[in-house]
Write a protein that binds this ligand. Structure first.
Ligand code: SF4
Length: 332
């Protein structure tokens, strides 16, 4: 089966209908034991020190793993991704464009998806068939998400399975079987309660240990914003592929994202928010808006190349959780 790399969530229904095995390059980068090697490859090839680690990691994965075809998001993602795509083209990698229109009008999203289907020579009906099949797997991801809120699945499990839905680990049938087994195992556990419930918003973290660390200090992340968006949790309300990619919050403006975030904060009774930003990413500026629009306390933490929490960030998170515990006690 032909492989195609993606740098962020794109309509994988189209790629699967075209006979591709979809590989999310972010997942290869961040889960690799030698992830720094990917960054080194990029820096040796001229990527600046002052550049987001994800961009360098994606480039390194493409070069080291011999990826020959990639989907590049030319609108709705950052300008760093656009530059990355140009360098990949220069290196002889075949890049197919996809755009999340800035206008966020349904007719523009429709045109963008039609163009994407045209490039891969697939019919809308075939794409809808794949979408229906993937929605069966998405149903299981909703179950994992619910089990997290109910106190059975851990914050890390929630992050891991939802973030993996950008490509279903390259094989949705195998992923579905693994998920069924995992859900069975999770349901057999004892329920665990935590003093504090948290939301994690922003790009997925470089440091996967954040989830276990938060639970070790009595706070559980019960909502992973972007990872959950990757799983298209509102698929039942989306009447077709156009509607689904119109309703996906992450590539559009912050106000649109905040509507869903606020809804989840209320429904999941969340006490505080961790807003993760990546060093050298423009999204760091959005923290100003996030803090002014949410009515629960927000802490901003920034990651760079390290794939585990540093002592200073741990200390700040601990102080944040203490404050939330005091706040809850004081309210009672
Ligand atoms: S973290 Fe920011 S700069 Fe890096 S790839 Fe994502 S959006 Fe772009």
């Amino acid at each position: 089966m032909k492989k195609i790399g993606i740098t962020t969530t794109v309509p994988q229904e189209v790629l699967i209908a075209a006979g591709y095995k979809v590989i999310d390059l972010n997942n290869i980068f961040v889960t690799s034991n030698s992830y720094m090697e990917y960054i080194d490859i990029a820096e040796k090839d001229g990527f600046p020190k002052s550049m987001c680690a994800w961009i360098k990691g994606l480039y390194g994965v493409c070069v080291k793993e011999g990826i020959e075809e990639v989907v590049g998001v030319i609108e709705g993602d950052c300008s760093n991704t656009r530059a990355l795509v140009e360098v990949l083209r220069l290196k002889g990698i075949m890049v197919y464009p996809f755009a999340y229109p800035n206008s966020h009008r349904l007719e523009d999203v429709k045109k963008s998806l039609d163009d994407f289907m045209y490039i891969f020579n697939v019919k809308k009906s075939d794409v809808e068939d794949v979408r229906s099949r993937l929605n069966k797997v998405r149903e299981l991801l909703i179950e994992v998400d619910n089990l997290t809120v109910e106190g059975y699945a851990t914050g890390f499990e929630n992050h891991l399975y939802l973030v993996s839905s950008s490509d279903f680990n390259g094989d949705y049938i195998e992923f579905e079987a693994m998920l069924r087994q995992k859900i069975k195992e999770i349901k057999e556990r004892e329920r665990r309660e935590y003093d504090v419930k948290l939301a994690y918003i922003g790009v997925p973290p470089m440091m996967g240990d954040i989830y276990d660390y938060m639970e070790s200090i009595g706070a559980k992340i019960v909502y992973n914003e972007v990872q959950r968006e990757f799983s298209f949790p509102r698929f039942k309300e989306n009447k077709d592929i156009y509607d689904q990619y119109y309703d996906y919050t992450y590539p559009y403006d912050i106000e649109f994202r905040l509507k869903e975030i606020k809804k989840q904060i209320k429904e999941r009774k969340i006490d505080g928010v961790i807003h993760y930003t990546q060093a050298f990413c423009y999204r760091g500026i959005e923290d100003i808006i996030v803090k002014s629009k949410l009515d629960v306390p927000v802490i901003n933490i920034e990651g760079d190349k390290l794939n585990e929490l540093d002592a200073r960030t741990k200390l700040r998170l601990e102080a944040f959780v203490d404050m939330l515990k005091d706040r809850k006690g004081w309210r009672r």
